[in-house]
Design a binder for this molecule. Structure first.
Ligand code: GLN
Length: 290
């Protein structure tokens, strides 16, 4: 882009074409989100001020963002934000980007507790990442006590910033859920445990999006035991920290339903159910504590 005048309309047209050529599946949306970020305005404002020229600093900032996006970096890492279930979350390279299919965990938990919203339940989110699950639940059920674990102290800092940004109180703890010492020893008993743990097997990289592998934290994506390490640990150890009849809500990989059911059933869990996501894939497993 040279010294001539570039309006919002011009830069959008140019960058949409450029992102399309560099392989983006949603070039218009990407360009709009990034331009709104560069101009510190809402997406809608781009169309209300379509003929407004950009300042040189705004053009430089936007060009840099478009260059990163063209190299495959997810929009959320460039803007530093992603919406989840109607709330806004900070993200960083040490957190997974919240995904739409993960919103189903929230839907099922809110639905199953809708008859008594004010009951003071104790809830735990394991592997909280950005904190999107813990924070969204606390936002919708202010009477709940919500605790959230993560092994990454960098992720916990982001999660804390998100709790502050969304005005909720969560008890964050630095815990390695795969370490047997994390369990037992007289902590509070939870009524609900939710987790979207790492569940991708190390040999599954070919079915994943290259940008997830390149940019997202591997510790949040991949798990041992063919992707099942966290479910095996949860099946065995969650009963120690849960109330009788407590429920667990787990996101799973779309081919893991049968294996996760057998892990839970062998450990005595009952009423195992699986819900599908909007693409028709098995996604949410619910079970009742033995
Ligand atoms: N619980 C977080 C989320 O749902 C992080 C999940 C993870 O890092 N595997 O986005």
């Amino acid at each position: 882009m040279s010294q001539e005048i570039w309006t919002i309309k011009d830069v959008l047209a140019w960058s949409i074409g450029f992102l399309q050529k560099s392989g983006s599946e949603s070039p218009r949306l990407d360009a709009e989100l990034l331009l709104a970020e560069a101009l510190e305005c809402r997406r809608l404002d781009l169309y209300l001020e379509y003929s407004k020229p950009l300042e040189q600093t705004e053009r430089d900032r936007y060009k840099d963002m478009i260059r990163r996006r063209a190299q495959g970096e997810p929009v959320a890492y460039i803007t530093g934000r992603r919406d989840f279930f109607g709330l806004s979350f900070n993200v960083s390279a040490s957190t997974l980007i919240p995904r739409p299919e993960t919103e189903h965990l929230i839907e099922h938990i809110l639905e199953s507790t809708s008859r008594d919203k004010n009951q003071a339940l104790k809830v735990l989110d394991i592997g909280t990442g950005t904190g999107c699950l813990a924070i969204t639940l606390k936002h919708h059920r202010p009477n709940w006590t919500v605790e959230a674990w993560d092994i990454s102290s960098d992720a916990l800092l982001i999660a804390q910033s998100n709790a502050a940004k969304n005005n909720v109180e969560i008890e964050f703890r630095d815990v390695d859920a795969l370490d047997p010492k994390a369990w037992g020893t007289g902590r509070q008993k939870f009524d609900i445990v939710v987790s979207n743990p790492p569940y991708i097997a190390s040999n599954e990289t070919e079915v994943m999006s290259p940008s997830a592998i390149k940019f997202e934290p591997h510790s949040a994506l991949f798990a041992e035991k063919n992707g099942l390490a966290f479910y095996a640990t949860f099946a065995a150890h969650l009963p120690e920290i849960m109330q009788a009849n407590g429920k667990v809500y787990l996101e799973i990989g779309y081919q893991q339903r049968a294996e996760v059911f057998s892990l839970l059933e062998e450990a005595g869990w009952s009423d195992c159910l699986c819900h599908k996501d909007l693409s028709g894939h098995d996604r949410v497993v619910v079970a009742t504590r033995p």
